[in-house]
Design a protein around this ligand. Structure first.
Ligand code: FEO
Length: 171
């Protein structure tokens, strides 16, 4: 059984993951509007991944006898200055999420909630991967600078990304 404090914190994380999903969807439509369909597809995959994260927390709270309480999802930004700006915002957002996950781990440890601690370790590793993936795109964008041809080539690569949910065993 989850403590009330842990239940509340996990519910906040569900909201944060669904907000991430919503924010990436907004970024996806931004890229569609500026003629970068590959980056739009990359963001769609990211949207699905964040929804999956939210649902993973959702199922966990239920499994542990807690009660999910869905809250309003705040409005995401709708405009950015450039492709580079979007991906800078993505990195900064993911760094914030890493902080949230670390805070949840600290809480689980404080509460001696070993099951939640083990559950959260998947997210600890996932955040390392997420920050690395975005960092790699950012590095390329910095090299590209104002070279439109190189940007279109990168866009084609970004468009190959698809989200495949990990098998349930890995959960
Ligand atoms: Fe759900 Fe991008 O962390």
């Amino acid at each position: 059984m989850l403590s009330k404090t842990m239940e509340k914190a996990l519910n906040e994380q569900i909201n944060a993951e669904f907000y991430s999903s919503y924010m990436y969807l907004s970024m996806s439509t931004y890229f569609d509007s500026v003629g970068l369909p590959g980056a739009a597809q990359w963001m769609q995959a990211q949207t699905q991944e964040e929804w999956f994260h939210g649902m993973k927390f959702f199922r966990y709270v239920n499994e542990r006898g807690g009660r999910v309480a869905l809250k309003a999802i705040k409005q995401p930004p709708t405009d950015w200055k450039s492709t580079l700006h979007v991906f800078q915002e993505v990195l900064s957002h993911e760094q914030k999420v890493t902080g949230l996950i670390n805070n949840l781990v600290n809480l689980a440890l404080d509460e001696r909630d070993h099951a939640t601690n083990i559950f959260l370790q998947w997210f600890v590793s996932e955040q390392v991967e997420e920050e690395a993936n975005v960092g790699a795109v950012l590095d390329k964008l910095k090299l590209i600078g104002k070279d439109a041809t190189a940007l279109f080539t990168l866009d084609a690569t970004l468009g190959q990304r698809v989200f495949t949910p990990p098998p349930p065993k890995g959960e």
